[in-house]
Design a binder for this molecule. Structure first.
Ligand code: FES
Length: 242
């Protein structure tokens, strides 16, 4: 049974309660208002100051009264979000999408790069689950401070070399990593992070082909079964190949 996708969905303008660096990323905390944190793996749409289009962000942590998001400042919008400071305000819509199933017997959390973003909240909800994280540099690996006790590998070692495929894998990271995890464990739960313009099914900007049907990742994902990701083809790739 997947998590409900629209439960508790609200939009609010929230105040930033704090922000700070985590390796090359930035953790931005906002007052929760009346927003529901939702399930791990669900996401929120945050509108950067001075921008029209919001950006999808997995919930990283849900401390009492707050929501926290891990931002990778790689573009104009994410740089604007990363520049938020205490007392600033930001529009937040969520929770959105389908999160991880938590009814797993022997979980192993697997994250790569900024894909570790949903894992702290997932780890808090699951309790004492082991964690394997992969990063492309020691500088990026500093973000593992968000997940104390995690096993860390750094490029050229791959995270897939360090995981136990007999466990229930819950993964998030770049698409090549997700596909590698899915090849090892087709039943793994993998969060496929894709560009999203609306987050709630209106724009069709996140469409992928799953099982022969065009599906919107913001509604049917971002958490999918590994075998679904292996069988999926991106519409833009198919168009380019046509
Ligand atoms: Fe708009 Fe999915 S992001 S339909």
């Amino acid at each position: 049974m997947r998590c409900p996708s629209r439960s508790g969905l609200r939009r609010e303008r929230l105040s930033v309660t704090g922000a700070g660096p985590v390796g090359p990323y930035r953790l931005v905390r906002v007052g929760r208002g009346d927003l529901d944190p939702g399930e791990p793996g669900q996401f929120f749409m945050l509108t950067p100051p001075g921008h029209v289009l919001p950006r999808p962000m997995s919930l990283c942590l849900a401390p009492p009264g707050e929501l926290a998001f891990l931002i990778d400042p790689v573009g104009k919008g994410t740089r604007a979000l990363a520049a938020l400071g205490e007392g600033d305000e930001v529009d937040v819509l969520g929770p959105l999408g389908r999160g991880y199933r938590l009814d797993v017997g022997r979980p192993l959390l697997v994250g790569g790069g900024i894909g570790i973003a949903p894992l702290p909240y997932l780890a808090a909800r699951l309790g004492d689950a082991p964690i394997v994280l992969g990063f492309r540099s020691e500088r990026h690996a500093k973000a593992a401070a968000l997940l104390p006790g995690a096993q860390i590998v750094v490029d050229p070692v791959l995270v897939t070399e360090a995981l136990d495929p007999s466990r229930d894998l819950l993964a998030c990271g770049p698409e090549p990593m997700l596909r590698a995890v899915a090849r090892i464990a087709p039943e793994a739960q993998v969060a496929w992070e894709a560009p999203m313009a609306c987050g709630f099914g209106a724009c069709y900007g996140c469409v992928v082909e799953l099982g022969g049907h065009l599906r919107r990742l913001c509604l049917d994902g971002p958490v999918l079964a590994g075998h679904e990701v292996l069988a999926a083809s991106d519409v833009s790739e198919r168009a380019a190949a046509a």
